[in-house]
Design a protein around this ligand. Structure first.
Ligand SMILES: NC(=O)c1ccc[n+]([C@@H]2O[C@H](COP(=O)([O-])OP(=O)(O)OC[C@H]3O[C@@H](n4cnc5c(N)ncnc54)[C@H](OP(=O)(O)O)[C@@H]3O)[C@@H](O)[C@H]2O)c1
Length: 278
C-alpha cells in the first residue's frame, strides 16, 4: 500500500466546500487511470487564501481547484494566466510551476463539452442568454464564443455587473447586457443558461415565459435541487427540447483540470453515470 502522506497532493479550496463532489470525481478519475494522488476539500476563508496557498505549496500541493468565493482572488495571485482565466478574471484551476502558480479556467470548456458531447447541443450560430454576472458567468463566456455562438445577452439582477461583464469580455464577441427585470423586451433565445445562485437562497428569478425560441435548450449551471426551479420554469414554457442541470459541466471541468495536472484526460461518462445514480 502506498503511504498516503507521500502521494502527490491536490485539493479543492473554497468556503463552504464540505459539500464538494470534486474529491470523489478526482479519485474516480485517478483510480480508473492508475494515477496516485491525494485530493482533499479544504475550507479556506478569503482573507486567509494567499497565506494558506503558500503554506500548502510548501506541504507539497501540486495543483488545486478553486471555488466560491475565491476564484477572482486566485486570478490575482497567479504568476501567469491562461487566456480564458485572463479574459474572465477568474481561476478555477491552479497548476504549480517552478516559478509560481499558473491559473486556468476550465468552467467554460466544461460547460461546452457537456452541451456538445453529452447533450448533443450545437452552439455555433446560436443566440444565447446568460443569466447572472458572477464568477461562473464570466468564466464561461470565452468558451461559448470559441464554440461559435452568434450573440450573447447577459442579464443580471444588478445591471451594472452585467454591463461590466459585457465591457470586460467585449473582445470575445458581440455581448449585450440588460437588467433581469427588462428581459421581456429582449427577444427569444436558442440557448438559455442560468448562472445565478438565486435558488440557493430560495429566491425566484421570475423569468418571462416568452424567452425560449421553439426547440430551445435550457441549462442550469447548478446541479441537484438548486437547478430544479429553473428547469421547472423551462418545462412550463413548452418551448425547450433539452433541459439539464450542471452536473455534467462539473465532471467535464474536473476532467480538464485533471488533464492539466496529469497530462491525460479521463473518460467522464462512467463518473457522470455514477453521480447521476446517486
Ligand atoms: N457546474 C459547475 O461546474 C459550476 C461551476 C461554477 C459555478 N456553478 C454554479 O453557478 C452558480 C453561480 O456561481 P458564481 O460563482 O457565479 O456565484 P456568484 O459569483 O456569487 O454570482 C451569483 C450570481 O447570482 C445572482 N443572484 C443571486 N441571487 C439572486 C436572486 N435572488 N435573483 C437574481 N439573481 C441572483 C447574482 O446577481 P447580483 O450580481 O445581482 O448579486 C450573481 O449574478 C452557483 O450556483 C454555482 O454552484 C456551477
Amino acid at each position: 500500500m502506498p503511504d498516503p502522506a507521500s502521494e502527490p497532493r491536490y485539493a479543492v479550496l473554497g468556503q463552504p466546500v464540505a459539500h464538494s463532489l470534486s474529491p470523489r470525481i478526482h479519485q474516480r478519475f485517478a483510480d480508473a487511470l492508475g494515477v496516485a494522488l491525494r485530493y482533499e476539500a479544504l475550507d479556506v476563508a478569503p482573507e486567509e487564501f494567499a497565506a494558506r496557498l503558500e503554506s500548502l505549496h510548501h506541504q507539497g500541493l501540486r495543483g488545486a481547484n478553486v471555488t466560491l468565493p475565491l476564484k477572482e482572488r486566485a486570478a490575482r495571485l497567479c504568476r501567469e494566466l491562461s487566456p480564458a482565466a485572463r479574459l474572465s478574471s477568474a481561476v478555477n484551476t491552479l497548476v504549480r510551476r517552478e516559478d509560481g502558480w499558473f491559473g486556468d479556467n476550465t468552467d467554460g470548456v466544461g460547460l461546452c463539452c457537456d452541451l456538445r458531447d453529452n447533450l448533443g447541443v450545437e452552439l455555433a450560430g446560436k443566440r444565447v442568454l446568460l443569466i447572472g454576472a458572477g464568477g461562473a458567468a464570466r468564466g464561461v463566456v470565452p468558451a461559448l464564443f470559441e464554440e461559435g455562438i452568434a450573440e450573447l445577452v447577459v442579464a443580471n439582477r444588478t445591471p451594472e455587473r452585467a454591463a461590466a461583464l459585457a465591457e470586460d469580455l467585449s473582445d470575445c464577441g458581440p455581448i449585450q447586457s440588460c437588467a433581469l427585470a427588462s428581459l421581456a423586451e429582449i427577444g427569444r433565445f436558442g440557448i438559455l443558461l442560468n448562472a445565478t445562485s438565486a435558488s440557493r437562497h430560495g429566491e425566484d428569478l421570475a423569468l418571462p415565459q416568452s424567452l425560449p425560441a421553439p426547440g430551445a435548450v435550457a441549462y442550469d449551471l447548478s446541479y441537484g435541487a438548486a437547478a430544479e426551479p429553473f428547469l421547472a420554469w423551462a418545462a412550463r414554457t413548452h418551448a425547450t427540447v433539452v433541459a439539464s442541470d450542471g452536473l455534467g459541466m462539473l465532471v467535464e471541468q474536473a476532467a480538464e483540470a485533471f488533464q492539466r495536472w496529469h497530462g491525460i484526460r479521463p473518460d467522464t461518462a462512467p463518473v457522470l453515470r455514477e453521480l447521476r445514480a446517486g
